[in-house]
Design a protein around this ligand. Structure first.
Ligand code: SF4
Length: 62
């Protein structure tokens, strides 16, 4: 009986939702494949005011 060394499990990139820190992307938006094409993330990150408000809400919740 031979034991073959099991290949190291390759770490799958684990897409996290930038809007929900610590949580994985659940593809909650329609027709997205991940945070990279999530319209909501794009909206927030593209709008300095929304981004600041979002950063502020993160500061308050932590
Ligand atoms: S689809 Fe967008 S908002 Fe929804 S969990 Fe994924 S990254 Fe977050």
């Amino acid at each position: 009986m031979s034991t073959t060394p099991s290949p190291r499990p390759r770490r799958r990139p684990d897409p996290r939702c930038p809007l929900r820190p610590g949580e994985p992307c659940t593809l909650c938006q329609a027709s997205v494949t991940g945070p990279q094409d999530c319209g909501l993330v794009y909206l927030i990150m593209d709008d300095p005011e929304a981004r600041e408000a979002f950063a502020e809400s993160k500061r308050r919740s932590s």
